[in-house]
Design a protein around this ligand. Structure first.
Ligand SMILES: Cc1cc2nc3c(=O)[nH]c(=O)nc-3n(C[C@H](O)[C@H](O)[C@H](O)COP(=O)(O)OP(=O)(O)OC[C@H]3O[C@@H](n4cnc5c(N)ncnc54)[C@H](O)[C@@H]3O)c2cc1C
Length: 301
């Protein structure tokens, strides 16, 4: 294993919106920081975001990511393209991160490893996501669905909440309930009805995107075929929190890490920022977390 020559002020694990913003702050505080990044930021999957402050015309996710990388590099924070396998606490209180037979040591860690959407099995899903026919975040882009036929794919609970949220945008929403509508309390069924949400009569059998000029084509098990402009899968999210929980950090049942007002976990010196730490998965939130965590660390160094 490569010997850690230098004790860094802070290791940033994850080089997406949160990690790169942390890097800008720490670089501008003249701290020795390094990003270790596996290269899978959710920013790369955004066709065009329209709710990031300062971009009234919107900006494509990959372009925003490139700009953020340039911004971090401008202040001297480099990125290593590796997947961190383990972080441990050494007896002297510092942290050591390991990846691919290499290791790095730092006084503080910001974990900014993000989250992954649970994806449904749909033919053509990657191209449909790029085209904005399959969307994952109505907070981000519900506005763009005005006047459209929208399907929400999800089980009782999450599926109902997302259908009601999406129905606020002046569209026609159908909930693809995956045979769970019978689990929904009457009060929620009434809410769906009041919001004009239709419930598909039978579970989806096959979903295809971009076939025969139809955005999203859903064939139900009863043979009925429905066409939509947009589909929101609402199947959940996995918070990439394992590196922190292995260190003893406390997390809720859904993997969301518990933090204090400075984004510090229950492990002293281990901070988290961005999607890994929150359900409101937003670039602005990731940037806010990063500013808070980086400044708290700077003030402790
Ligand atoms: C289709 C889509 C559209 C969206 N649209 C919008 C929008 O319009 N507006 C908005 O505000 N938000 C939007 N979002 C959400 C936004 O992308 C996220 O909130 C944001 O990227 C979170 O930043 P993050 O740094 O926490 O995570 P990410 O940007 O996902 O970065 C996490 C990084 O950590 C890396 N990583 C994970 N594990 C390890 C490891 N063990 N070692 C090293 N690196 C690791 C990953 O590879 C990745 O590079 C959208 C998301 C999707 C999927």
């Amino acid at each position: 294993m490569q010997h850690e020559a230098e004790l860094l002020d802070c290791l940033i694990v994850g080089g997406g919106a949160a990690g790169l913003t942390s890097a800008v702050y720490l670089g501008r505080y003249k701290r020795k920081a390094l990003i270790l990044d596996a290269g899978g930021s959710r920013l790369q999957r955004i066709p065009r975001t329209r709710n990031v402050p300062g971009f009234p015309e919107g900006v494509e996710g990959p372009e925003l990511l490139a700009r953020m990388r340039e911004h971090a590099a401008r202040y001297g924070v480099a990125t290593e393209r590796v997947t961190v396998q383990r972080i441990e606490r050494l007896p002297d209180g510092t942290f050591r991160a390991e990846a691919e037979a290499r290791s790095w040591r730092a006084r503080f860690v910001i974990l900014a490893t993000g989250a992954c959407d649970v994806e449904p099995e749909i033919e053509g899903i990657q191209a449909a996501t790029r085209a904005g026919q399959v969307r994952y975040c109505p907070v981000c882009d519900g506005y763009e669905t005005q006047g459209q036929r929208v399907a929400v794919l999800g089980r009782a609970g999450h599926g109902v909440r997302e259908s009601l949220f999406v129905a606020n945008f002046g569209n026609q929403v159908t909930w693809l309930a995956m045979a769970t509508q019978h689990e929904v309390p009457l009060t929620e069924l009434a809410q769906l009805r009041d919001a004009g949400v239709r419930i598909a009569e039978s579970p989806p059998h096959r979903i295809e995107c971009g076939v025969d000029g139809v955005g999203v084509r859903v064939e139900l098990q009863n043979g009925q075929v429905l066409a939509f402009d947009t589909l929101y899968p609402a199947l959940g999210l996995h918070h990439a929190c394992e590196l922190a929980t292995a260190l003893g950090a406390q997390a809720a049942d859904n993997g969301q890490l518990r933090v204090d007002a400075h984004q510090q976990t229950s492990v002293d010196g281990l901070y988290v920022a961005g999607d890994v730490a929150v359900d409101l998965n937003q670039i602005a939130v990731a940037a806010g977390h990063a500013a808070i965590a980086a400044t708290a660390i700077h003030n402790r160094l």
